[in-house]
Design a protein around this ligand. Structure first.
Ligand code: FA5
Length: 347
């Protein structure tokens, strides 16, 4: 009986002490320490719980009941105090801190499309309005598609025009231009007429400078059908230049050479950076070359599955980064892929 009194007294004392200490806890950390002391695993209360089995059998229920009551009381006082403390802290900060609702909020950083993507989309839009559809072809190509089928056999000196990145697999290369897509598109559409644009990355082992990158986009233009003439090519490209740069822009076509077109030409746009005076972007000439073009060579038409006696076609290869440089007065093509946000966020 005496032993039972002792246990009960002990629990009551414990509860009184705990309540007293709780009044002294004014910070959340103090409250946490209180919880560890009175309700934690090594607390006196938990010690009592674990000693109950050693008490005389008939006393166990009473001691157990009392211990549970104390535990519940401590827990409920603890949560009431915690809640009150949180409320106090909140009221305190509302009183002491002034909220300046006129301060501008923190700016969320917004993503944007890369300038190269923006210009490609604009070019797609212009050609889509003229009735061209987009056709995709692979960046990793075979020697056959990149050269042979475009009338450039292995021994042909014109191979020097394109400094190629070779893979370790014989006959497999990184495409040096989008022209291999011409063959792929023709083979899919022949003998029907075809009018497509083929965009994408091309790779060249080149000396880099203000207008030459080793990795850049190209956009191939291809139209095959009956009675397509050089006049159609000239008209299409001129219309494109005017829609891109405005009605007043000057363009010129120079004779050129590509093994897969005959005749071949290159189109220049007057350098908008210097207004035709000559600057590093146009290598001092006043003109910037934006594309190569020509009438599809009969051999290429045949390789694509068309009879050159019935069909003719034109093709062009545009440089979208060069087109963007002219449009936005960008002085160096190397900005495009250097990932400097000061450049990228201007567009
Ligand atoms: C060609 O790649 C031909 N396949 C174009 C073609 C297609 C001709 C269809 C006839 C018919 P060229 O190497 O000139 O040609 O490149 C075409 C365009 O890509 C150039 O006018 C230029 O705008 C762009 N370009 C060429 N080399 C680079 C480079 N290193 N960096 C950035 N743009 C380039």
């Amino acid at each position: 009986m005496e032993a039972q009194e002792n246990w009960i007294n002990k629990l009551e004392r414990l509860q009184d002490q705990a309540f007293k200490d709780l009044q002294q806890a004014h910070k959340e950390t103090e409250l946490q320490n209180w919880h560890v002391t009175y309700l934690g695993r090594s607390s006196e209360l938990m010690g009592i719980f674990s000693h109950i089995p050693q008490a005389p059998k008939e006393q166990r229920p009473l001691i157990g009941q009392k211990a549970n009551l104390v535990k519940q009381a401590l827990e409920s006082q603890y949560s009431t105090r915690l809640e009150a403390l949180k409320q106090e802290t909140l009221e305190h900060s509302l009183k002491s801190e002034k909220l300046d609702i006129t301060l501008p909020g923190r700016k969320a950083t917004r993503g944007r499309l890369h300038i190269a993507t923006q210009i490609l989309r604009e070019i797609y839009r212009i050609f889509a309005e003229m009735g061209f559809q987009i056709y995709l072809s692979p960046e990793v190509e075979t020697d056959a598609y990149n050269f042979e089928l475009l009338n450039i056999p292995a021994y042909h000196p014109a191979r020097d025009l394109w400094d190629t990145f070779y893979t370790t697999t014989p006959g497999v290369i990184m495409r040096t231009h989008t022209s291999p897509g011409q063959i792929r598109a023709m083979r899919e559409f022949a003998p029907n007429p075809v009018r497509v644009v083929l965009p994408g990355m091309v790779y060249r082992y080149e000396q880099m400078d203000a207008s030459h990158e080793i990795q850049f986009n190209q956009l191939e233009l291809l139209a095959v059908g009956e009675n397509i003439t050089f006049g159609d090519l000239r008209g299409t490209l001129e219309d494109f230049a005017h829609r891109m740069y405005g009605e007043d822009v000057q363009t010129r076509m120079r004779p050129s050479y590509f093994p897969f077109t005959e005749p071949s030409a290159e189109m220049d746009v007057q350098c908008i950076v210097c207004g035709g005076e000559g600057c590093p972007v146009c290598s001092g000439t006043g003109w910037l070359e934006i594309l190569g073009c020509g009438m599809v060579h009969p051999v290429v038409l045949k390789n694509g599955g068309y009879d050159p006696k019935i069909f003719s076609g034109f093709a062009a290869g545009l440089g979208p980064e060069r087109i963007a440089m002219l449009r936005y007065h960008i002085e160096d093509i190397r900005y495009f892929w250097s990932n400097d946000v000061r450049f990228l966020e201007q567009f």
